[in-house]
Design a protein around this ligand. Structure first.
Ligand code: OOG
Ligand code: MG
Length: 259
């Protein structure tokens, strides 16, 4: 795929995000699109967002649990980027800011040191992690009916759209992150549940895999970045007036109300 086409597709996806409009997935027109080319499109999309004055909060992992892979029909973890404009600080979100949003409960890592290379281990991740905190990620695929193949979703920055963090920050050392239970509730009703181990056996493994995927592209995880490790449960659609909460054992909760 030539650079002009890569750039054209990145612009197409950026415009869909800006205009909050669902668009046909790109593999309908480019059925041969490879994972490698999809990451090139994603890099251009990231570049466009940087040129628009947005800053990267951190890369994120996606499709790291069986629940998510089964739900989306994709069987490989991917990464994308969370930007500062996606982080919601209040407890209210507006449905009109999204196309067809869904929410997922995740464990986020805040790095105190860089992580670089292609053989980064769980131990190195835990050593480099300053804090962990609970998060609710709002994903909003730019594709019609939230329907995509692996290259489509990679090019679309892994459906990244919004994130809310918990208020409690804890160093990871005293916690058993794989054993942290989480329930995802809408209007007080449990809609899904799981534990940290749903994410590749241990959420730190997701960060290690991310570091190694970036390492293969000559990139690294940087101190200060906040990393989402991937939805523990399936993603749940919400409606106006819903109250959405994720309750995590021992690390706090995250809530928002939909306007
Ligand atoms: C892709 C984004 C996946 C996660 O946590 O699994 C993701 C999608 O499902 O639309 O963020
Ligand atoms: Mg996610």
């Amino acid at each position: 795929m030539d650079t002009a086409t890569v750039k054209k597709i990145a612009k197409y996806l950026h415009l869909a995000e800006l205009e909050k409009r669902e668009v046909p997935r790109i593999t309908l027109q480019y059925p041969e699109l490879s994972v490698e080319e999809a990451y090139e499109i994603q890099e251009h999309l990231v570049q466009i967002k940087l040129e628009h004055g947005h800053n990267i909060v951190g890369p994120k992992m996606g499709l790291t649990s069986q629940a998510k892979m089964k739900q989306m029909g994709v069987d490989e973890p991917i990464y994308g980027y969370v930007f500062d404009h996606m982080v919601k600080s209040g407890q209210e979100i507006s449905l009109s800011d999204y196309i067809h949003p869904k929410v997922e409960a995740e464990i986020a890592f805040i790095l105190g040191k860089d992580l670089e290379g292609t053989n980064v281990t769980i131990h190195q991740v835990l050593d480099a992690t300053e804090y962990i905190t609970p998060a609710l990620e709002i994903i909003d695929s730019r594709y019609e009916n939230f329907n995509f193949t692996l290259p489509d979703v990679i090019a679309d920055n892994a459906s990244s759209s919004g994130v809310l963090f918990g208020t409690l920050l804890q160093p990871p050392h005293k916690l058993e992150l794989d054993l942290i239970g989480v329930t995802l509730l809408i209007n007080g009703h449990t809609r899904d549940l799981g534990a940290g181990a749903a994410v590749l056996g241990h959420p730190a493994k997701s960060v290690a895999m991310l570091a190694n995927m970036l390492g293969r592209r000559g990139l690294k995880l940087k101190a200060g970045q906040v990393i989402l490790t991937g939805g523990i449960t399936g993603a749940i659609q919400f409606e106006a007036k819903d109250t959405v909460s994720a309750k995590f054992a021992g690390i706090g909760s995250v809530d928002f109300v939909v306007k």
